[in-house]
Design a protein around this ligand. Structure first.
Ligand code: CAA
Ligand code: NAD
Length: 285
């Protein structure tokens, strides 16, 4: 099936990025949020990202307008009904996602594919609450979506070969390199990346070094673009915490356990860059 119209649920960090790259690839995009405030914030993020591209001479004003015109924002779930694929990028909570998929299954056209951008939850479990488990897969993009070249395409035992192939082609049309993997917690990248981020928080907790020295250690010593604490701020402390809880529940391995400091910061509302404060203070930027 050729994907011409893309539905997206969630216009947060990831949903807004997926909308931008899908629109840039010439597809019609409908993006759904829970309320107008979140929608406005998410659409503002897309606008900002495109303006940055214009400033850098990668896009002209007409190109920016075309990308924005191709994206329609909504708070009505029914507006997703005639999409060829629905990419879900809502909060990392299984029950919230299951409720959404049950609802989507009743309104979105029967041939459409559902793809979750979950970082750590079971794609199989999500597919099982729909009548289209064979048309269900994972499409795990990376943050920031317009910059990161990878997408993990995740196959469950129920995903049909045709669905997998359509999802893979879709990822490639969005300019991504595809890594395919089985439905396992954390897939390839987060299975390796998340324990590293959590260990950095534990190192800070244990007074091994300052946050700046931990980050500089990995940036200057290993040429990582961001240190692990900066990266956690970038991903979102809330999202990182939810991922850690899910992976720990699955593996029962202490490397995946959420450090108390992470939990305390999330409870205090320090969710990282998106809220202006995480390990670092972004409120003045
Ligand atoms: N949208 C669009 N473009 C962006 C952008 C955004 N949000 N942020 C940066 N860019 C572009 C810039 O325009 C710039 O483009 P050019 O090189 O063409 O000029 C380029 O990216 C570099 O940006 P900057 O010079 O402003 O800043 P930087 O050099 O510090 O790079 C970064 C920013 C790309 C985010 C870099 O720091 C980086 O790669 N960080 C690591 C990101 C990472 O590891 N992501 C994965 C997170 S884990 C995940 O996503 C999975 C999960 O489930 C949790
Ligand atoms: P976010 O908190 O920035 O955005 C989530 C958005 O979903 C919020 O704006 C929220 O209002 C919205 N939402 C909640 N329920 C909804 C519903 N029923 N319908 C429509 N919108 C709804 O989160 P994010 O960082 O964009 O993460 C979204 C998903 O992508 C999660 O599953 C996360 O694990 C995954 N992910 C995150 C990253 C990252 O670096 N942040 C990377 C890859 C994958």
């Amino acid at each position: 099936m050729e994907i011409k119209k893309v539905g997206i649920c969630g216009c947060g960090l990831m949903g807004s990025g997926i909308a931008e790259v899908a629109s840039k690839a010439g597809m019609k995009v409908v993006i759904r949020e829970v309320n107008d405030d979140f929608l406005k914030k998410g659409m503002g993020r897309i606008e900002k990202s495109l303006s940055k591209a214009v400033e850098k001479g990668k896009l002209d004003e007409a190109g920016k307008k075309a990308v924005l015109d191709n994206i329609s924002g909504t708070t009505e779930i029914d507006d997703l009904k005639d999409c060829d694929i629905v990419c879900e990028a809502i909060v990392e909570n299984l029950n919230t996602k299951l409720e959404l998929y049950k609802h989507l299954d009743t309104i979105v056209k029967k041939e459409a594919i559902f793809a979750s951008n979950t970082s750590s939850l079971s794609i199989t479990e999500m597919g099982a609450v729909t009548k289209r488990a064979d048309q269900f897969c994972g499409l795990h993009f990376f943050n920031p979506v317009p910059v990161m070249k990878l997408v993990e395409v995740v196959k469950t035992v129920a995903t049909s070969d045709a669905t997998f192939q359509t999802a893979k082609t879709f990822g490639e049309k969005l300019g991504k390199v595809v890594v395919s993997c089985q439905d396992t917690p954390g897939f390839v990248v987060n299975r390796l990346l998340v324990p590293y981020m959590l260990d950095a928080i534990r190192a800070l907790e244990q007074g091994v070094a300052t946050k700046e020295d931990i980050d500089n250690g990995m940036k200057l010593g290993c040429a990582y673009p961001m240190g692990p604490l900066e990266l956690t701020d970038f991903v979102g402390l809330d999202t990182t915490y939810y991922i850690a809880e899910i992976l720990f529940e699955e593996f029962k391995d202490h490397h995946y356990a959420a450090p108390p400091l992470l939990k305390a910061m999330v409870k205090a509302g320090y969710h990282g860059r998106k809220t202006g404060r995480g390990f670092y203070d972004y409120s003045k930027k």
